[in-house]
Design a protein around this ligand. Structure first.
Ligand code: FRU
Length: 494
């Protein structure tokens, strides 16, 4: 019976998408090369996997309107992570464990098992006394049409873990055994709960892999765990941990005990709009992460989700990033090389000097572009350097490289008449000869990568096409720029 119910709910949602997709496509705030849904609301990346020759991205999805509600799993495939083909929705709420208007099929992950594509997700329901979250399975023979497992839910919250704070399973395989880590909250502290299975269907609790001692909040959303070199990485989005939105810990892991011992921590992105990243392996061995370009209303720096709901949509993913480890064990997050294929109209300037006098820069059409350069720190004596982006008709977004205060600030108070706030991070430049800067600008977002991709800011701005100028200036001295390169970036959703 229920098999039909999920298909009915998917068909209903597909109808709605068909009805609205052409209108939504015309939205003037739509992105040109960042992944979006066809209609409605999108949040976390789910089930990222390279499966049978294609990248599959699933996503938290409400196809009906531009706000969070009633979670489905959207689905799209790609050969390059840049151009996408939308597939029918993979999951829709249909069962007593996931059928609630303010619940549904919450975040999770994908894995290949016995030739089939398995999804593990969190069913969220409301039993009259409160929300209840359980872990559930669905599978597919063809990678397109999914069926929920009859034995769902396969896991309920362990004793002592809050029933409404137990979610976002991330699955992997190690030496023939399946493992899953998910977030839980026990006594007001966040935990990464580790489970094991031999067959992907029967799961048993293994250990608390890691936990907050208060410093990392009361709940971890979208935990993810993977090996990198001879170390391991645990990532999560902490609730109740101040301004942190996406954190990584690097350390060692013991498969005998199921405990993770970490000695390095860092922020994946200091911007307002980077949350719930999930990782997967590309066929060439790269570890790639994808985040949701937004944040939640309970976060201290949240403004809102932006004005795009008026165009019938909300949400996109940040550009996929390759994770690399430096000599000291901290991590770098580089936009994937696949993006180079959409570059056009290259510009180059080997050297220029920036002074108090404003200098115009050019990059593509000034809206959808990529820009790279290096600040020669040995030759630079300015206190500050201002890079003004998406500027025009009295609006602008300002990236301030403050060498004196050792701070990078991205100010969107004058970006669009809508957005607000200044994202900030420390620039640690001691002993460094140069500061590398790499910027990706799309219709409604700016992603700024600096300091070897270790100091990054993703911010959404809803500037119009007339905001297409760029300027640079220095204060209190000169700044020397080397290897300036810029490109326009091609439309990928035509
Ligand atoms: C993170 C999150 C997850 C949850 C999903 C619901 O952004 O809150 O913890 O599974 O979104 O859409």
């Amino acid at each position: 019976m229920s098999k039909e119910l999920m298909q009915e709910n998917i068909a209903k949602a597909q109808k709605e998408i068909e009805k609205k997709k052409d209108i939504v496509k015309k939205g003037r705030m739509r992105q040109h090369y960042h992944f979006m849904a066809q209609t409605g609301w999108l949040n976390d990346p789910n089930g990222l996997i390279y499966y049978k020759g294609k990248y599959h991205f699933f996503f938290q999805y409400n196809p009906y309107y531009g706000f969070w509600d009633y979670m489905h799993w959207g689905h799209a495939v790609s050969e390059d992570m840049v151009h996408w083909e939308y597939l029918p929705l993979a999951l829709a709420p249909s069962e007593r464990y996931d059928d609630h208007m303010r619940g549904g099929c919450f975040s999770g992950s994908a894995i290949e098992h016995e030739g089939k594509l398995f999804l593990m997700f969190t069913g969220t329901t409301h039993n009259g006394k409160g929300y209840e979250q359980t872990q559930c399975i669905a599978y597919s023979e063809d990678g397109v049409h999914f069926e929920k497992y009859e034995g769902n839910p396969v896991l309920t919250a362990p004793e002592g873990v809050a029933k409404d704070q137990f979610r976002d399973p991330k699955v992997w395989k190690h030496e023939g055994t399946y493992y899953m880590v998910c977030g839980g909250s026990r006594d007001g502290r966040a935990q990464a709960l580790l489970y094991q299975s031999e067959d992907m269907l029967h799961w048993s609790f293994f250990n608390v892999m890691a936990e907050s001692r208060g410093e990392w909040g009361h709940m971890w959303e979208c935990t993810d765990f993977y090996p990198l070199g001879d170390k391991y990485v645990l990532m999560f989005s902490p609730m109740g941990s101040g301004e942190h939105t996406s954190v990584y810990l690097v350390g060692d892991f013991d498969y005998e005990t199921g405990r993770f011992y970490s000695h390095i921590s860092g922020e994946i992105d200091w911007g307002f709009d980077y949350y719930a990243p999930q990782s997967f392996l590309a066929p060439d061995g790269r570890r790639i992460i994808v985040g949701w370009a937004n944040e939640w209303e309970w976060m201290p720096l949240w403004k809102d989700w932006g004005p795009t709901y008026r165009e019938g949509w909300c949400g996109f993913f940040n550009i996929p990033r390759e994770v690399r480890m430096t000599e000291d064990g901290s991590l770098q997050f580089l936009p994937v090389a696949e993006l180079n294929a959409i570059r056009m109209n290259p510009k180059q300037e080997a050297y220029f000097c920036v002074t108090e006098e404003e200098k115009e820069l050019t990059a593509g059409d000034g809206v959808c572009f990529e820009m790279k350069f290096k600040v020669d720190l040995e030759q630079t004596d300015a206190d500050r350097m201002e890079l003004i982006l998406r500027c025009g008709e009295g609006k602008k977004t300002v990236c301030l490289f403050d060498f004196k205060r050792a701070e990078l600030c991205v100010d969107r108070n004058e970006s669009d008449g809508w957005s607000r706030g200044v994202s900030r991070s420390v620039m640690y430049l001691k002993g460094k000869k140069e500061l590398d800067v790499h910027i990706l600008s799309d219709q409604s977002s700016l992603e700024i990568f600096t300091d070897r991709y270790q100091n990054n800011h993703s911010n959404n701005i809803f500037a119009a096409d007339v905001q297409n100028q760029m300027k640079i200036r220095a204060y209190g001295g000169k700044a020397i720029i080397r290897e300036y390169e810029a490109w326009g970036l091609k439309e990928c959703f035509s």
